[in-house]
Design a protein around this ligand. Structure first.
Ligand SMILES: NC(=O)c1ccc[n+]([C@@H]2O[C@H](COP(=O)([O-])OP(=O)(O)OC[C@H]3O[C@@H](n4cnc5c(N)ncnc54)[C@H](O)[C@@H]3O)[C@@H](O)[C@H]2O)c1
Length: 249
């Protein structure tokens, strides 16, 4: 018996990386998955999923644009078998630069996607979940949301701190609607986003992690799967660390 049978899950930023693993995992456990992404690789991912016999649909939309997300949600509701009751806000970007050289444009771009994009997807999907009788939202945050960014990306850390606060605010507001809102806070996961790290940085990161290795996207996906499963029915407003022990709070 696959626990997510008959459910529709929306996963943003699932063309690659952590989001792709999450989408695959939820689909393998029975959910019909709606991928929302802007990446050119998205079609390839969909083909790969089809090859695995996975039910997924692709919706090209920028999470930072309210009108695009609203139209996408209308289409998802119309085209998927069940109303979407699982939302994973995973789409994210990073722009590096200290306070001396980070531009206003970069600051705004990061806040737009990581924080406002999360808000927009919640805003557009929550009424659907309320009408369906409940749901689960999982936001993909970062260790940077708890301790600030450690690699000169202040906008990124601030955006994820905002995601954490939004997670808790919505968890309180939506409890009466049977909607659970949690986040995962990964650190040092092997993806295209982290591929920019050179070997010296990788070694330093590995050495700073008690488990002495980088994490895998699959390991974040497993945590998200747990948070949307019936086993997590009494968990809301939680920011779950997936970081090999790097931060223990
Ligand atoms: N990789 C890590 O070590 C790490 C650590 C902590 C948190 N995270 C978070 O995990 C999430 C996924 O990261 P990743 O490493 O897989 O990154 P990635 O760059 O490999 O994938 C991000 C995906 O989001 C999509 N995306 C970006 N902007 C978008 C937009 N405006 N609208 C729709 N889709 C958009 C991209 O096209 C891409 O497919 C992000 O939120 C990131 O901040 C990653």
């Amino acid at each position: 018996m696959r626990g997510l049978n008959g459910k529709t899950a929306v996963v943003t930023g699932a063309a690659r990386g952590i989001g792709k693993s999450i989408a695959r995992k939820l689909a393998q456990h029975g959910a019909e998955v709606a991928i929302v992404d802007v990446h050119p690789q998205a079609e390839k991912t969909l083909k790969e999923f089809e090859g695995l016999g996975i039910a997924a649909r692709l919706y090209r939309a920028n999470v930072a644009r309210q009108a695009e997300v609203a139209e996408t949600v209308r289409r998802i509701v119309k085209e998927c078998a069940a109303p979407p009751t699982i939302l994973v806000n995973n789409a994210g970007i990073i722009r590096r630069g200290t306070i001396f050289d980070l531009t206003y444009e970069d600051w705004q771009a990061v806040l737009d996607v990581n924080l406002t994009g999360t808000f927009i997807c919640c805003k557009e999907l929550i009424p659907v979940m309320v009408q369906a009788g409940g749901g689960q939202i999982v936001n993909v945050s970062s260790v940077a949301g708890k301790i600030g960014d450690i690699s000169a990306a202040p906008a990124y850390g601030a955006s994820k701190g905002g995601v954490n606060a939004l997670t808790k605010s919505l968890a309180r507001q939506l409890a009466e609607h049977n909607i659970l809102v949690n986040a995962v806070a990964p650190h040092a996961i092997e993806t295209e986003m982290s591929a920019e790290w050179d070997e010296e940085k990788r070694t330093a990161i590995r050495n700073s992690i008690p488990l002495k290795r980088l994490g895998r996207a699959e390991e974040v996906a497993e945590t998200v799967l747990f948070l949307v499963s019936s086993g997590a029915a009494f968990i809301t407003g939680e920011i779950v660390d997936v970081n090999g022990g790097f931060l223990m709070d």
